[in-house]
Design a protein around this ligand. Structure first.
Ligand SMILES: Cc1ncc(COP(=O)(O)O)c(C=O)c1O
Length: 472
């Protein structure tokens, strides 16, 4: 039976049926339908455990789907007007797989500079040659946004022969590229447009001002259902069109993903799809109205607010007050937020109507947290996105290059042999193969002294970095 509006829980129902039958488990996972537990396991956790199943004959196989998983993926595809596959290793594996399916080792790919680290890691390990596309920096906020069609045209002109364009839209802050114009330009050139839409799974309703790239001509789109829909962490999906080589994509997905996909994650993906499917026009309208009301109330209370094209992302610009300390005050009164930087904080709003009482309550707390936030110190650095040319190459770091560890000061002007990533948002500040500038190390030193979370080698914390000194 195919999942449908009348019967949206087919996958979940199948799991439920299995659990109800109290079957004997002589198979993995080792909790054997939740029977290998003791009293220390919280009861809510124990209740969920039996649903954590495996690829038994009637429960299908993610990597070779022909039963209930295939049906659920078909239903998903109908919603997004595409072919779709579930992912159990986040958008990370989707980005890897889209690139592997379209670009071969040594070939060129045009990539947005403020892409997530999953994109850069894939490019490095797949041996691709990236051409960097600088995003527009938003006036007033200094936040990097999206890549324009002009930048893409320039890249193709200066560095021809690229096999795909890889963009991020919406960005972490909810800004969206003009995907329709870009796909119209790329399509006759047979250059697939791949979009990391980790933050855009909810953008499906036809009346939304901006919709998912999959409705705007993109060739393949990856979405972290777990980021904006009611799905478990790591639950994601990829949508793709005819210009993507399906066999290559499937081969990549089954190579990069676990061979033991979580049935809990998959069940949550099917639920997320059904949640979207059952949202009525009125529900969409109430959600958007309530989000707009929350933003309005924030503004009325004196906050400077940025809302991009995605109505679920709200950035409060805290300058001249310190956003990092604001977020600590928020946490101390029970409000946890998505991201804090020196001059802003980012809230992700839920895809449901926010009740009037909730808005009032949240506002009271937010205002309270804001009262004692200090002014930014002179020596603190606001996140200035590293400026470079509109389009540039990355220096290839060859396997046998001689690498040396030097102080930040000595590194200025040299090529980085490692990547440094502030987290969140997971967008590299210094990329392996990029030239190290004075600005980059100055900002990095400030972050280290401020204790900003960095994903980098230990020696970076003592202001040293690996650089290339000689190539063969
Ligand atoms: C833009 C972007 N792409 C990809 C990812 C990776 O997504 P996932 O955590 O689902 O693997 C993230 C995660 O934060 C992201 O922000």
């Amino acid at each position: 039976m195919a999942p449908s509006r009348e019967n949206p829980f087919t996958f979940l129902e199948m799991l439920e049926q299995h659990v109800r039958e109290h079957r004997v488990s002589f198979h993995v996972p080792g909790h054997h339908n939740g029977t290998v537990i003791d009293d220390t396991l919280p009861s809510a956790f124990a209740k969920v455990m039996p649903y954590d199943l495996t690829e038994l004959a009637h429960l299908d196989d993610l990597h070779d789907a022909s039963g209930i998983i295939k049906q659920a993926e078909t239903a998903l595809g109908m919603l997004y007007e595409s072919k779709s596959k579930w992912l159990v290793n986040g958008s990370t594996v989707g980005n890897w797989s889209m690139l592997a399916a379209t670009v071969q080792r040594g070939e060129r790919v045009y990539v947005q500079r403020n892409s997530h680290k999953s994109v850069w890691n894939a490019i490095e390990w797949l041996g691709l040659e990236p051409i960097l596309l600088m995003p527009t920096i938003e006036r007033g906020t200094g936040i990097p946004t999206t890549v324009t069609l002009d930048t893409i045209k320039q890249a193709i002109l200066e560095f021809p022969g690229g096999r795909a364009v890889m963009l991020t839209s919406p960005t972490y802050y909810g800004d969206m590229a003009d995907i329709r114009a870009i796909s119209d330009y790329l399509s006759p050139k047979d250059i697939p447009l791949l979009v990391d839409e980790a933050h855009g799974a909810h953008l499906i309703h036809p009346k939304l001002p901006r919709r998912s790239a999959i409705f705007e001509g993109a060739s393949a789109v990856v979405q972290s259902a777990h980021k904006t829909l009611p799905a478990f962490t790591m639950g994601a999906w990829v949508h793709y069109k005819e210009d993507i080589d399906e066999n290559r994509l499937k081969h990549a997905l089954s190579s990069f993903q676990t061979s033991s996909p979580s049935y809990l994650i998959m069940a949550s993906l099917d639920y997320a799809r059904s949640y979207l499917e059952t949202l009525t026009d009125e529900a969409w309208s109430s959600i958007q109205k309530s989000h707009a009301q929350f933003v309005l109330e924030l503004k009325r209370s004196g906050f400077v607010v940025k809302v991009g094209d995605d109505f679920t992302k709200v950035t409060i610009m805290t300058y001249p007050k310190n956003g990092l300390i604001f977020s600590q005050h928020l946490a101390s009164i029970g409000i946890d937020i998505e991201l804090a930087a020196v001059d802003h904080v980012l809230f992700c709003l839920p895809l449901r109507e926010i009740k009037k009482q909730e808005i009032e309550h949240w506002l009271k707390l937010i205002k309270k947290a804001a009262t004692h936030v200090p002014i930014i110190d002179d020596d603190e650095t606001i996140f200035p996105f590293p400026q470079s040319q509109c389009v540039s190459e990355l220096h290839p770091v060859k396997e046998y290059a001689r690498i040396q560890r030097v102080s930040f000061e000595q590194a200025i002007g040299l090529i980085a042999a490692e990547t440094v990533i502030p987290y969140p948002p997971g967008i590299p500040w210094i990329l392996k193969g990029e030239q190290i500038t004075e600005e980059k190390v100055r900002v990095l030193s400030d972050w280290i002294s401020l204790g900003r979370k960095l994903q980098a080698s230990k020696h970076v914390m003592i202001e040293q970095i690996d650089v290339i000194v000689e190539e063969f």
